[in-house]
Design a protein around this ligand. Structure first.
Ligand SMILES: Cc1cc2nc3c(=O)[nH]c(=O)nc-3n(C[C@H](O)[C@H](O)[C@H](O)COP(=O)(O)OP(=O)(O)OC[C@H]3O[C@@H](n4cnc5c(N)ncnc54)[C@H](O)[C@@H]3O)c2cc1C
Length: 407
């Protein structure tokens, strides 16, 4: 396993609990910072529940849903009550979440070697990956290597799996502010960002957020769905211009800012494929598995980690390096496409559209006031509905994802 983010650690926990020998190589030492919004949706809470950890996380704030701000209007959108997902979200600092998951991997029986940066793949004479070389010269070999190293995906790149530039690549910036809103039960999101007086200045592309950390601060950020279109933009300056327009009660002032603004990429909509190449499997951001509707990636990293672990466990039972075992590993790739392909295809289209601020403005102003459209959009953007249709929203979303092509 390369990388102990949520994808790598989740895969490691599942594999170790199934009795397999697992070594996780992680370049950083914990606790390590990860630039993130720290928001976990019910999808991610469900993955934590699979691991028996949804109630165990230290210092986590529980959320009821989203509070969307459009112009002067606010909309409360509770997490839907469904059979397939809990109706609760969590906000937890990534330095805490990721360390906790890595420690759980160790408790489950995996070896986690921190401060170990993987440099290159070791290939067989037939070009199949058999191990890795680290920057410090150590080598490791394994019948299957899971790359969960996030956006860098160093092994995949070395093996010719470059990201597809026709798929969206987002970018997001975030910092923390002391704020009276630090312990609310809602994830706040702004869909219309102005760089001055609303209606009399420029509309900025993207969306803003403030997530309650429960420790006196909020995680505040700005996400842009299409970084290729905004290559020359100074994202941090854009965030400062937006924050300068925020009402004073939020407390987003320089005096309250507790950290510098940091940015990172959002590889979305399956922008790196195939997800299985011989014995190399890509999980989470390494596979470009961020939801292009909303920039969420933690749940997809954990879920793909679980699926990879299930395929590897089944392949082991068939005997690694046999044709049947290889076919079993390939089921991971098929499962990713079957489960998320159509949804990600639609998300890729959506992210292109809303990267035009005028489109976002019209959709938010004319769509969200209609309760039906609001609820449907909420479920679609959060990827939260039941596969066995229970209501009209499930039926519409199941039909749409059945008809759409796959990403
Ligand atoms: C500003 C911002 C806000 C976001 N907000 C949210 C949010 O609120 N909710 C949400 O669900 N998602 C959010 N995301 C997306 C989310 O952060 C990612 O999708 C998620 O971290 C992916 O998990 P991962 O395990 O695939 O990769 P990562 O979390 O990136 O973990 C990869 C790990 O691999 C290690 N690594 C990298 N290279 C090597 C190497 N060569 N050798 C060894 N180890 C290596 C890294 O140190 C790291 O620990 C946000 C992203 C950004 C940029």
């Amino acid at each position: 396993m390369v990388g102990a983010g949520p994808g790598g650690s989740s895969a490691a926990i599942h594999l170790a609990r199934a009795g397999l020998d697992v070594i996780v190589l992680e370049k950083a030492d914990f606790p390590r910072e990860k630039v993130c919004g720290d928001g976990l949706t019910p999808r991610a809470v469900k993955e934590l529940a699979y691991l028996g950890l949804d109630k165990a996380l230290p210092t986590a704030v529980r959320t009821k849903g989203l509070r969307i701000h459009v112009g002067r209007r606010d909309y409360l959108l509770e997490w839907p009550t469904l059979d397939s997902f809990p109706n609760v979200g969590i906000v937890c600092r990534r330095s805490i979440l990721d360390q906790y998951l890595a420690e759980e991997a160790v408790r489950s029986g995996a070896q986690v070697l921190t401060g170990t940066s993987v440099a290159t793949p070791i290939l067989s004479s037939r070009g199949r990956i058999t191990g890795v070389t680290c920057k410090d010269g150590r080598t490791f070999s394994a019948p299957v290597i899971v790359e969960a190293s996030g956006n860098s995906a160093r092994l995949a790149v070395a093996m010719g799996l470059h990201r597809m530039t026709d798929r969206p690549m987002g970018v997001a910036v975030r910092t923390y502010f002391r704020s009276p809103h630090h312990d609310e039960e809602w994830l706040d999101s702004w869909l219309e960002l102005w760089d001055g007086k609303p209606g009399r200045s420029h509309l900025l592309p993207g969306y803003g957020w403030s997530f309650p950390m429960g420790d006196g601060t909020c995680n505040v950020g700005l996400g842009l769905p299409d970084a290729y279109r905004f290559r020359d933009v100074d994202y941090k300056d854009m965030m400062r211009r937006w924050l300068a327009t925020m009402p004073p009660q939020w407390g987003f002032t320089e005096n309250n800012q507790t950290e510098v603004i940091r940015s990172a990429a959002l590889p979305m909509g399956f922008n790196r494929k195939p997800t299985v190449l011989g014995s190399l499997m890509l999980v989470g951001d390494a596979a470009g598995a961020i939801n292009s509707f909303n920039g969420e990636g933690v749940s997809y990293a954990m879920e793909s980690g679980r699926w990879a672990a299930e395929a590897i466990t089944a392949a082991k039972a068939l005997g690694f390096h046999t044709r049947k075992a290889d076919q079993e590993l390939m089921t991971y790739s098929t499962r990713m496409t079957d489960e998320w392909g159509s949804y990600f295809w639609a998300g890729n289209l959506f992210s292109r559209l809303i990267s035009h601020p005028a489109v976002m403005k019209v959709a938010a102003h004319y769509g969200l006031p209609i309760p039906f459209v609001r609820q449907l959009t909420h479920r679609m953007l959060a990827h939260l509905w039941d596969g066995d249709s229970h209501d009209v929203y499930d039926r519409i979303l199941n039909t749409l994802t059945r008809l759409a092509p796959v990403a």
